[in-house]
Write a protein of this length. Structure first.
Length: 365
């Protein structure tokens, strides 16, 4: 929600942080601390020691800690941020809906689309907001590129390329639940590649319809899930694309905060193209178009330097969180909705089916 000048309107609220042992729980706490709209945070986790430890970092915003989910959900907070293992995320979201809470959930939201469908349907029945943590949608470069696509500056889409490469498994604890099928559901595609799959859907205003994929476990650890993936995809527009993802970079800090990345997004159409190498602080997007609007300057470069923020994903992550609050209050579709989370999971599942079958697989709807 914004005023006439485009600045967020401050509407203070309390929020539940449901799950305190997830790798992103401390990062989400950074968002809640940075938000001037959050006045109180109630912490819940079956591991009460973990909840208390995180609450100590709340900067005075902690209003309670409990290991009892029913007690947590009986509080006055209208919003819940669900941050649990992928197998437990659906049941926690469902419990929050039953208590009348709006939910912002960690992605991908479940181990499979079959587990996610009942969550999306329950939110609809309960008439509560349901959003998923795909904060790249609030990045100003992503918003501008979507505008370029909608204004026809690329013309008919021909090809799409993407790369999401990050620190090797040895920096991320090979024994972590994220590398188990039972708790995580999948590997690099589930945990990180889903971000760019969703981002491309947002920018291109298009859907992946068919996938051919290869996956591998190449880092030298006996993981249950893939650490490397290569996809060829067909979009609904007819465009063809490639997408590679992996835990590959040999230098990085340990853990899930501050890891190294080598990312790229690009698209080419009959009338234009763009290339974007997302980084942590400054962004450069290069574009070319023969669209009449750009006749005087067909080649352009956009530079973005985002204001630093302790929020998860930085300043655009904070904007994404505030957008969730505003849309939940207004009863409008979330920027990254349950339907978006389902679409992304179904693309990932088509990739897994293709890697197993050796065939081109259609994305289920």
């Amino acid at each position: 929600m914004a005023d006439a000048g485009g600045e967020p309107v401050s509407m203070s609220t309390g929020i539940l942080l449901l799950g305190c042992t997830h790798p992103h729980s401390p990062l989400h706490l950074g968002t809640l601390r940075a938000s001037d709209q959050v006045t109180g945070i109630r912490f819940w986790d079956p591991d009460v020691d973990a909840a208390e430890s995180l609450a100590e970092q709340a900067g005075g915003k902690a209003v309670g800690v409990t290991a009892d989910l029913r007690e947590a959900l009986s509080g006055p907070e209208p919003f819940a941020l669900v941050c649990r293992t992928n197998d437990r995320t659906p049941e926690t979201a469902l419990a929050a809906f039953a208590a009348g809470k709006h939910v912002l959930s960690e992605k991908p939201g479940a181990r499979s689309s079959a587990e996610l469908v009942p969550v999306v349907e329950a939110a609809r029945r309960a008439r509560v907001g349901l959003g998923y943590c795909y904060p790249w949608r609030s990045h100003p470069a992503a918003i501008d590129l979507r505008g370029d696509v909608e204004r026809g500056r690329l013309g008919r889409l021909l090809a799409v390329e993407a790369r999401l490469v990050t620190s090797q498994v040895r920096f991320r604890d090979p024994a972590h639940w994220l590398f188990t099928r039972e708790l995580g559901g999948g590997g690099i595609l589930h945990w990180l590649a889903c971000h760019f799959i969703d981002l491309l859907r947002f920018i291109l205003v298009d859907e992946v319809v068919r996938v051919t994929a290869l996956t591998g476990t190449l880092n030298g650890f006996p993981l249950q899930v893939e650490d490397t993936a290569a996809l060829a995809v067909e979009w609904g527009s007819g465009a063809l694309g490639t997408f590679s993802a992996g835990y590959h970079l040999p230098r990085s800090v340990a853990g899930y905060s501050g890891a190294t990345y080598d990312n790229m997004l690009a698209a080419r159409g009959l009338d234009g193209r763009f290339t974007w190498h997302p980084t942590r602080d400054k962004e450069i997007v290069r574009l070319e178009s023969i669209h009449p609007e750009w006749a005087g300057a067909p080649e352009r470069e956009r530079r973005y330097r985002l204001e630093p923020s302790p929020a998860y994903s930085g300043r655009h992550g904070l904007a994404f969180f505030h957008e969730f609050l505003a849309r939940a209050r207004a009863g409008t579709r979330q920027l990254a909705s349950g339907e978006d989370a389902l679409a992304t999971l179904r693309i990932v599942e088509a990739a897994y089916r293709s890697a197993e079958s050796g065939r081109v697989e259609s994305v289920m709807s």
